[in-house]
Design a protein around this ligand. Structure first.
Ligand code: ATP
Length: 358
């Protein structure tokens, strides 16, 4: 460890001028990526992920702010003089070249000695598990194999950092999931810093050491997968990562009171609050809930069988007549963004694990 971050963005802004209008694609992003880290930029379409990535690569110049690579200011350094490489969703292999020649291309261009080319391409094909397919042409490969060739081609140059923009987007779900595990393994094996752009939260959670969740040109939260899930910092993050139930209203005496005698304990948070509760942290029961537990009253409106668990949609009671109740043992609190309190018509989602058959 050198103590230097692989990549740093300091208050980076990117504005585009389009049809007489100014579009702020990135509105002030500050983050740092550690050496050897698998780092993801996660967010919905149009939130500024690709623009942020392109500023790291040098394809776009920031309107404001600084980009540093290993402590060096590269804000005005062109892409070919930054020690980073980028892999795109459309992996654009040379169609008339074999797997081997595709991977060797960059090294040959740099007049790398033949023996070294042979060794490095051989090693890299082994890492991406394509040994034995050296002579194949791209059209003779599956989508996943083509993607691994593209990865080998980018990694063989040994960049300090590899930037990947939705590289698995074109693959079907099964293959994408298999490639996620592969990518993580490859990244560990080569020890290169990866920055990964995706709008798929599962993908980001599966692979990343840390994730910057972006929304509307800003980073909402930067944390590891577990922390993002367990302690979302904003309502947006709670909703974007996994399924979340949001209950909002004015809390008094450390409690948010809901219709039908329901209550959510929010110790130390009086005033407007928004509480998020994960569906699997709620249990459904018909007994009176124990003292000191959060509980809401409602009616099960729908049950969907999902294999390992069932998903219950519970309509919360706004008065009498409710027959079911759900208890939430765990919740996180957030200050409200002005949403109205839970009232009739509010539903929550509850996941209950299906028991193992006796
Ligand atoms: P996606 O997941 O759909 O690729 P993204 O999060 O990568 O989205 P960006 O491509 O970074 O988002 O775009 C961010 C915003 O900037 C969008 O509103 C987009 O329309 C706008 N934008 C991007 N490039 C340009 C451009 N060259 N000119 C004008 N506006 C642009």
């Amino acid at each position: 460890m050198t103590g230097l971050s692989a990549i740093e963005l300091e208050d980076v802004v990117k504005e585009y001028h389009s049809h007489g209008e100014v579009v702020q694609a990135v509105k002030g992003v500050t983050l740092d990526v550690a050496e050897g880290e698998f780092f993801s930029l996660l967010g919905p379409s149009g939130c500024g992920k690709t623009t942020t990535m392109r500023m790291v690569a040098g394809f776009e110049a920031p309107t404001k702010g600084l980009v540093r690579l290993r402590g060096q200011d590269v804000t005005n350094v062109p892409p070919n003089r930054r020690d980073v490489n980028m892999v795109f969703q459309s992996y654009a292999l040379f169609p008339h070249m074999s797997v081997w020649d595709n991977v060797a291309f960059g090294l040959k261009q740099r007049r790398t000695p033949q023996e070294e080319v042979r060794r490095r391409v051989g090693e890299m094909l082994e890492i991406v598990d394509l040994t034995g397919r050296e002579k194949r042409m791209p059209r003779e490969l599956s989508g996943g194999q083509q993607q691994r060739v593209a990865l080998a081609r980018a990694l063989v140059n040994r960049p300090r950092a590899l930037l990947l923009d939705e590289p698995l987007g074109a693959l079907d779900l099964k293959l994408r999931q298999a490639m996620q595990i592969e990518l993580k393994r490859i990244q560990r094996e080569v020890g290169i810093t990866f920055v990964y752009v995706t709008h798929d939260q599962n993908e980001a959670l599966t692979m990343s050491d840390r994730i910057a969740v972006m929304n509307d040109g800003l980073v909402e939260q930067l944390a590891g997968p577990r922390e993002l899930y367990e302690r979302p910092a904003t309502v947006f993050v709670a909703g974007f990562i996994g399924t979340s139930n949001l209950l909002a209203g004015a809390a008094t005496g450390g409690e948010l009171r809901l219709g039908g005698g329901g209550r959510v304990l929010v110790p130390g948070h009086d005033g407007d609050v928004t509480v998020t509760v994960r569906p699997e942290k709620i249990t459904i029961g018909t007994d009176e809930p124990a003292q000191g537990l959060s509980a809401v009253r409602g009616t099960v409106a729908e049950v969907v069988y999902l294999g390992t668990y069932n998903s219950y949609t519970v309509s919360l009671a706004d008065g009498a007549g409710a027959t079911e109740r759900s208890e939430g043992a765990d919740q996180t609190q957030h200050h409200s963004d002005g949403r109205s309190a839970a009232r009739g018509g509010t539903t929550i989602t509850v996941f209950q694990q299906n028991a193992v058959d006796a």
